[in-house]
Design a protein around this ligand. Sequence first.
Ligand code: WT7
Length: 649
Amino acid sequence: MTETTTYPPSSDFVSTAHVDAARYDEMYARSISDPEGFWAEQAQRLDWVEAPRTIKNTCFDFGKVDIKWFEDGVLNVAYNCIDRHLKDRADQTAIIFEPDNPEDPAQHITYAELSDKVNRMANVLLSQGVMRGDRVVIYLPMIPEAAYAMLACARIGAIHSIVFAGFSPDALANRINDCGAKIVITADTAPRGGRKTALKSNADAALLHCSDKVRCLVVKHTGDQTTWIDGRDVDVKYLMAHAAPECPPRPMGAEDPLFILYTSGSTGKPKGVVHSSGGYLVYAAMTTEITFDYHEGDVYWCTADVGWVTGHSYIVYGPLALGATTLMFEGVPTYPDASRFWQVCEKHKVNQFYTAPTAIRALMGQGDEFVTKCDLSSLKVLGTVGEPINPEAWNWYNEKVGQGRCPIVDTWWQTETGGHLMTPLPGAHATKPGAAMKPFFGVEPVVLDPTSGEEITERPCEGVLALKDSWPGQMRTVWGDHERFESTYFQQYKGHYFSGDGCRVDADGDYWITGRVDDVINVSGHRMGTAEVESALVAHSKVAEAAVVGYPHPVKGQGIYCYVTLMNGIEPSDELVKELRSWVRTEIGPIASPDLIQWAPGLPKTRSGKIMRRILRKIAENDYGALGDTSTLADPSVVDDLIDNRMNT
Ligand code: WT7
């Protein structure tokens, strides 16, 4: 195996870093040999109403999976993200809001202002009958109210579930119903890249499929006209202005759920991933500080959307638990032009910048002047997340954005893990383009043989990636379906949490994530179950059958490739391609829009009727030489037809 160039941090960087190489080794060893002691100390990052005495109580045995951290601790998450900072930093900016339109002024929201807004919004929720443990769905764009709503829920012990504003009314309705939400919080319209999404009318459409008891709280963000149903729709800003300015934080158990976030898997409908209050916050705060080497006074920017877990942990909870200044950006990287990210970095003197490989690839294709004309001297650490980063994109990020002086942290984690599980630490490790490098503290990765399930201990090696033991940020269950939690993550490789990713370990013992090994695809860093897109397609009256796979896409990482068998008598046409695309967009949302649709008179199936996706993946990749054994197919000739067709696509 040829090893790549490594990029060690400068000695200046190391001298001020929270964790250098020696400290990493020492802390990591301790975190594994004495997890109780290690995490008891880390728990002191938070202010507890009652400090936890029981630190770790976790079981990974299939059939008995049970994960508890700090279980007798009592705390309030909003208190930890706001109130405890007021003594020293009431006037420090908590959130910088950078609007979609660069002509509009940015807002600097101090901790005192954040406190005022969150207290008021918490009182609004109480006045709407939201009680401890109730679910609140948040369907908001990237505006400060999204953070207020999250923290207001946390303050009163309600469980929030954010639905990404790019999801369709159907997807929203499914989530509202699955978690049994009492309230949906949305906005009138959401500007993004100069265009507007009609969020309120999406919510209206969704609510047609929900209990008529669900209330709709509307943030009048743009002031655009919307329909209004008296008795159901509520003007949040108006009520906040008239609400009492103080709402005491409710003491919560460390294991009480903080939020539910839906994510796609290889089968069935999206799962409601449940995260805890105490363990999650300890982990989010610690990883934010250590992975990004955050120091007091730094301005930190994560470009994700609060609709994804990255936004939860690394825009809101982690940074605010540290008392940091976190930037929220309403727009897109290419509006008004491909310089926007770098202009925002220059304007707000951003110190830590965290984005996705797909954004880097899209921007590097636009030419270097968009970056080089900006003053990026404030940047100290760069991060990436969401998918494997190709070395070309890594090098461009390093040279053009980081000007060769900013360590890049390639953070591997998942919605389920709550925070980073593997990443280089910027002051400790010499990075390698494309490698997630090392486990975070308390994380014990193992590489398993996919067939035997045996642990592979030789180095270098390749296999599937699993975790041996629990960490505080781990999800606790699937909302309403603990069995599904166990069977999804703990059944396949007994005694381990299975990530669904493949990985290799190089001769130095550094980890490289190779991508999903299940039927999950990663499109622009958005995770999608191929089964979800398939069921959307077959719900169309002209579609008899569909099989969906990922294929390499230069910007998105993976694109969505759909093989579609039409109903008898239906003729394929370009119009039908358009119709199916827009159908999937309405069923799931624009992020699931098919990139390529190939008409397939037949699909390759085994004699028992199972679609052989391995073959479909190869055809989508234009890799016909390696189709493997096709002899078990019921009708091997369909493969030749598909290949002929692919050549013409
Ligand atoms: C999947 C999780 C975690 C926040 C964003 C995505 C892929 C994530 C990396 C990385 C290679 C990565 C994995 C993982 N992934 N980060 N640094 N290198 N792959 O969260 O939607 O839950 O998706 O994203 O395949 O399983 P998610």
